[in-house]
Structure formats: structure tokens, C-alpha cells
Design a protein around this ligand. Sequence first.
Ligand code: PEP
Ligand code: MN
Length: 346
Amino acid sequence: MATHVSPEILIVMAPGATPDQTENVVARLGEAGVEARVSRGRESTVIGAIGERELLASLPLEGFPGVEQVLPILKPYKLVSRELSPDPTVIDVDGHRLGDGWFGLIAGPCSVEYREQTLETAHAVAAAGATMLRGGAFKPRTSPYTFQGLGVEALAILREARDQTGLPIVTELMDPRHVEEVLDAADVIQIGARNSQNFLLLAEVGRADKPVLLKRGLSTSVEELLMAAEYVAKEGNERIILCERGIKTFEQSTRFTLDLGAVAVLKTETHLPVIVDPSHAAGRRDLVLPLARAATAVGADGIIVETHPRPEEALSDAAQQIPVSEFGAFASEIADIAALMGKEIG
Ligand code: PEP
Ligand code: MN
């Protein structure tokens, strides 16, 4: 695909259109040099046509058998938009599902500090029903004088935690130079809030064969977040989990302002799953459960929570990590709310 083209139109097939008719449209688009992306939804089949506006306009698409409607894609984001894929996407990570009724419960320490701390946490969250283990190896710290993460040493500990518990690993990639090492340990690659609009890093993970957990930037709008996801999708990786983790506002009583309205908006704008990180938004452990409850009730497809065996000793985010000993009760309360929302822990 040329680098400047984007899917510009949607071809909506009639409810009774046959697979052959859809294939025919795709073939005719192909002959004209236009790439097509077919989305077979529960209600109808939609074809996104990727090509130059003028070329698309010159094709008599409306007259093709089985075609009901030809519409322009009006949103600046295309591949991640709900227009192009009306049905919600389910991300499957080693059998743990997230999206469309499957709720992800991702938990673990802010940072991998040492082997026992991470393994103890991993076993505890696995026993409590978590679906994935989080843990930072490369840490994006505000101050260069604080703990920066164990780096590759942490990745080895995370691999061991996965081997022992079977939990898929979520860990952050900060630098394209670490992509190979991180991909070797991570089952889901996290892009942190501070790198939410690092477009070269986004393109890098767009070429990776692993799901991406993309956090909203500290001052990133919903549209900017979706455009960041579009950078990943455009490179071919559409396994993206969006994460609301609080934004900067005038309000100082929480560390960041958790924008739950954005979660509701995202659910209408994109087919991608949307999760919430109540830990970084709250900044203090007593607020994590109430924010997690609200996130689940607003329709999030999962939460990502920081927990530590001895939070007061944590080398990063000590104030917001919940004790591992409390995680079981936390998880079961969230699972109950998820069930009320018609979701099952994935
Ligand atoms: C994290 O989840 O480890 C993290 C640093 O979060 P954020 O990028 O949202 O600040
Ligand atoms: Mn943290």
C-alpha cells in the first residue's frame, strides 16, 4: 500500500448478498488497483475500499450485484472505526479473551523489582482469577533520578512468571531498539501514556505480531488516541486494546482525572476493546476500587491494576498499588459487576 492512501469509502452489502457477490466486488476493486478490507458483521458485510479518492469515484460500485450502499468514511480514523467494522473486536491472548462480552482482568506490580516480588504477585493474581500479568521492565519515570526498571533482567523474570502461572505478560516497550527483547517476553506490548503519540514507536508495534495495549496520553483527546491506534492498524496490526488511564486537568485531588465519559464515547467510535487503568488515575490505593467499579459499570472491557506484596516498599508508584493480600476480594467484586454488565472474565 502506498503510504499516503487510506480507506475512503465503505461499500455496504445488502443483507441477502451472497459471499460470491462480495468476492466479486473485492475482485473488481483489485483489478482497479484498489485494496479492499472485508468486515463480515452480524448484520451485514461491509467492504472498506482503500485507494485514491478519484479512482474510487470512477468505479460504478453502486451498480454491482449485492451492493446496497456506497458511503464515504467521514471520520479521520478509518481502520479502527466502528463504521468500517460494526462488530466489536475480540482480542485473544493465548486463550484469554478481551472484548465483546469478555472482560480482561490485568494485574501485577508497577515495576518488576526482583524475582520473588514478581513471582509472589503473579501467583496471587492468578489464584484470584486475573487473566494477564502486568509488570514494567522499562519504566517511563518522570524523574531520571528514580528507579528506571530492571530492563532485560526484568523480562527474564516475567518469562519465568508466565512459565509458572500460565498468565500472558503485559509489559511496556519504550524504545524501538528494545523491540526484539520485549517481543520475546511480552504477550501484549504496552505503549505507555508518555509514548501515546510516538508515531515511530506506534508504527514499530504495528509491524509486530503481538497485541498492543495502547494507553491514552496525558493530554491526548479521544480523537488523537484513535489516530494513534490508526498508526498501529495501518501497519497491519489491528489487535489493539485501548486504555483510559486518566488525563491532566485542573483537578488535583486525584493524580489524573479518570475520563469515564471517554470510555463510553470510545465504545461508540471504535470496534476495539477499551480498558481502564484506575491505578494511575487514582494515584492512591483507597480510590482504586471505586474507580474500577465505575469503569466496569460504564462498559469497559477490562481493567489493568497495580498490586504489590508490600506496596509501601515499592520502588515506583508505592501510593497507588493495592496489597496483593487484598487483590482477591477486589477481583471478585469487579467480576460481579462485570457479570451485571453481561460480561464474563476472559
Ligand atoms: C504503567 O502502566 O506502568 C504506566 C507507566 O502507566 P502510564 O503510561 O499510563 O503512566
Ligand atoms: Mn505505575
